[in-house]
Design a binder for this molecule. Structure first.
Ligand code: NAD
Ligand code: 2YJ
Ligand code: MG
Length: 261
């Protein structure tokens, strides 16, 4: 699994604000408004504790700070524990935390200590980036969506698209993974070499650059992508006036919080 780096998070605060503005323009819902709609939950003054975790590759510079920014930007009450790991967990609970946010190298979770709900970043990230495309008002009548990257983020995104009655076309460099997905879900194979097709709505979740080829794009396509690095070149964004929803941590974090409220 790709780990976030401090460089990925360097511009995170601006990216979150800018993406919230773009999501509102595309869907008529602010990011928290969209979360409210899809999860049917609302915050109730929960106190959110962020616990830095040293296990594995250790603390990622500005990871905890980026979570705190997200929590506070959306009007919620949060704090970063002074202690890390188990001592941080004890500190969080004894200081009245209602929800815990913490991540090691394998998983980033939100756990609501009051109602027992737990959320996983990969699932909630796939879901929210997919819902943004499903709610794109310009393309409400166009049900075709391309999903590139069928891993731990792309698969829950694909499930979200199917729940929202979209026609899902799938692509992954791993042809075995594509075959598994075609067996398990009612989706279509996207094969740009044999059968090129262009899309207004593209979801991408891979750890690679330049995964979105020119023939997949239309003028004014929307690309909703948690993938790091960005899967579309600046040149193609400009040429096709593509609107790109992409941010390294906050959008997925808000989705996790609404999942556990
Ligand atoms: P994963 O390894 O489970 O899945 C990635 C998939 O992409 C794999 O199936 C792989 O075969 C496929 N792939 C790799 N290169 C490809 C290419 N060139 N073309 C098509 N498919 C390709 O990873 P994941 O956990 O699903 O994460 C995907 C990406 O999303 C990573 O970059 C991760 O860092 C990022 N991520 C971002 C956020 C966020 O908030 N922005 C949250 C979680 C994950
Ligand atoms: O507390 C810290 O600073 C670190 N232990 C955070 C680790 C963050 N983990 C990751 O980036 C992993 N890829 C899992 C979470 C997926 C979020 N995209
Ligand atoms: Mg995100």
């Amino acid at each position: 699994m790709a780990l976030l780096t401090p460089e990925d998070l360097a511009n995170m605060t601006n990216a979150l604000v800018e993406n919230d503005r773009l999501i509102t323009e595309l869907t008529d819902y602010s990011l928290d408004g969209l979360c409210r709609k899809i999860y049917g939950t609302v915050p109730r003054n929960e106190k959110i504790a962020i616990i830095p975790v040293t296990a594995g590759n250790g603390i990622i510079g500005s990871f905890s700070e980026s979570l705190l920014f997200t929590v506070q930007h959306f009007g919620m009450d949060g704090f970063i524990t002074e202690n890390t790991d188990v001592a941080g967990y004890y500190e969080a609970v004894t200081n009245g935390a209602d929800i815990i946010l913490m991540a090691d190298d394998l998983a980033y979770i939100a756990h609501n200590l009051r109602n027992g709900k737990i959320a996983h970043n990969q699932i909630c990230t796939g879901r929210i980036y997919a819902e943004i495309l499903c709610h794109a008002k310009d393309y409400a009548d166009d049900k075709d969506v391309l999903v590139i990257g069928l891993g731990k983020v792309g698969t829950p995104a694909l499930e979200t698209f199917l729940n929202e009655k979209q026609n899902v076309y799938v692509f992954d460099v791993d042809s075995k993974r594509v075959d598994e997905i075609l067996t398990d879900y009612p989706v279509f194979k996207y094969d740009p070499a044999k059968e090129p097709k262009s899309f207004f709505k593209i979801f991408e979740a891979t750890p690679c650059a330049d995964t979105i080829c020119e023939s997949a794009l239309k003028e004014n396509s929307i690309v909703s992508t948690p993938g790091i690095p960005l899967g579309i070149s600046d040149e193609l964004i400009e040429k096709y006036k593509v609107r790109v929803v992409s941010e390294p941590l906050g959008i997925g974090t808000l989705s996790m919080l609404y999942d556990v409220f």
